[in-house]
Design a protein around this ligand. Structure first.
Ligand code: PLP
Length: 422
């Protein structure tokens, strides 16, 4: 770094600022975590000889998979491209898929369109139909999903989310996809570390394909993995049962379909991270992430907050601020001024994505910093104070328009609709 300071002081300053941000902030972005040192060293290495087959072996071991039944591709550059590669492998252009609606906690890479615009390119290239939560309970409405799937007849259904605090019922999803002869894909980007540690239920018993990013709770370098069953039994359009191969189309969709050469330094760093995922320390960490999240949720409930679905099973919590007369954008900004990083987020029933009613928080990053349940109780109190300050400001400024609010706290007043990007 001393060398960098001399040769490129501008980049040096940016790195130093980021280090300071990480040290001095309370980071509650659920998808953020911290790579351990040995993996960081390898992500910076100039490795050209890929540890690819060792990486694949460790990836299967990390989820206790039988290598005669499952394979894995470790070359995808990130989570969104990995999902696209899967769609391209098993669907034709304009083939149909279903995923959780973005404003209900889904991810852009599962398709997203409004009444007037296809926001995600996935919805341009494929026909996408969302399923949703039951707005009263905040839990996925599996009955409605089944009814829509029977009409829409997708070839692929995705179980996975960016802002859903509960476990998926993978067995139920499998029953639904079996009925319509579709593939079931689980996207476990946020939760793969907890699944690997056995802290959350695994989708592997039920899914045909599982994708995950490697840089969230798995604590590896930025990248993604695609797990696939080596053979999947499906009925063809003449009613005959056929054993479909997923290995060839998925691998070919990655290369040469979408990518060029593999990023060997990333694969090497991932190989190191996957070994760490088998360690007792990793398991303890993932257990603590969930314990902290449960305590965090209780601390909010004690302070009178509504949580979507009434609580959490995982590392993340979605606060619904509408009953406080507030929205996530304002509270997010006030917390940011106090060095607390959280995300504004839409909640089921929001009238507009410009004024998202929720705030998304999670425990992985601060658990890495050693936070325990009592620390999260304190952070809940900080957030509560942030909400009260936001409330006071809203009372002081004329009306409650976001523009007036931002002007009052010294900003230009521009606002952007929220797209849950992480
Ligand atoms: N899938 C889910 C469920 C996610 O939360 C994310 C988060 O970013 C992605 C996919 C996309 O990953 P990436 O940002 O690596 O493209």
């Amino acid at each position: 770094n001393k060398h960098l300071k001399d040769t490129d002081p501008e980049v040096f300053d940016i790195i130093e600022q980021e280090k300071r941000r990480q040290r001095e902030s309370i980071v509650l972005i659920p998808s953020e975590s911290v790579m351990r040192k040995p993996a960081i060293n390898h992500s910076k290495s100039s490795s050209t000889v890929a540890a690819e087959s060792l990486c694949q072996q460790r990836a299967l071991e990390a989820f206790d998979l039988d290598k005669s039944k499952w394979g894995v591709n470790v070359q995808s550059l990130s989570g969104a491209p990995a999902n696209l590669y899967v769609y391209n492998a098993i669907l034709k252009p304009h083939g149909r898929l279903m995923g959780l609606d973005l404003p209900h906690g889904g991810h852009l890479s599962h398709g997203y369109q409004t009444d007037t615009k296809k926001i995600s390119a996935v919805s341009e290239y494929f026909e996408t139909m969302p399923y949703r939560l039951n707005e009263k309970t905040g839990i996925i409405d599996y009955d409605a999903l089944e009814a829509t799937a029977k009409l829409f007849r997708p070839k692929l259904v995705i179980a996975g989310a960016s802002a859903y605090p509960r476990n998926y019922d993978y067995a139920r999803m499998k029953k639904i996809t079996d009925k319509i002869n579709a593939y079931l894909m689980a996207d476990i980007a946020h939760i793969s570390g907890m699944i690997s540690a056995g802290v959350l239920p695994s989708p592997f018993e039920f899914a045909d394909i599982v994708t995950t990013t490697t840089h969230k709770s798995l604590r590896g370098p930025r990248g993604a993995m695609i797990f696939y069953r080596k053979g999947v039994r499906k009925v063809d359009n003449k009613g005959k049962e056929i054993l479909y191969d997923l290995e060839t189309p998925i691998n070919q969709s990655v290369f040469p379909g979408h990518q060029g050469g593999p990023h060997n330094h990333t694969i090497t760093a991932l190989t190191v991270a996957l070994k760490q995922a088998k360690s007792p320390i990793f398991k303890e960490y993932q257990q603590q992430v969930v314990k902290n999240s449960l305590a965090f949720a209780e601390a909010f409930k004690k302070r009178g907050y509504d949580l979507v679905s009434g609580g959490t099973d995982t590392h993340l919590i979605l606060m619904d601020l509408r009953s406080k007369g507030l929205d996530g954008a304002r509270v997010e900004r006030i917390l940011e001024l106090a060095n607390i990083a959280a995300n504004k987020n839409t909640v089921p029933g929001d009238k507009s994505a410009f004024v998202p009613g929720g705030l998304r928080v999670g425990t992985p990053a601060m658990t890495t910093r050693g936070f325990k349940e009592s620390d999260f109780e304190q952070v809940a109190e900080f957030i509560h104070q942030g909400v009260q300050i936001t409330n006071d400001i809203c009372k002081k400024v004329s009306g409650t328009k976001l523009k007036d609010f931002k002007e009052y706290i010294g900003e230009d007043g521009s606002s952007e609709p929220v797209i849950n990007e992480l």
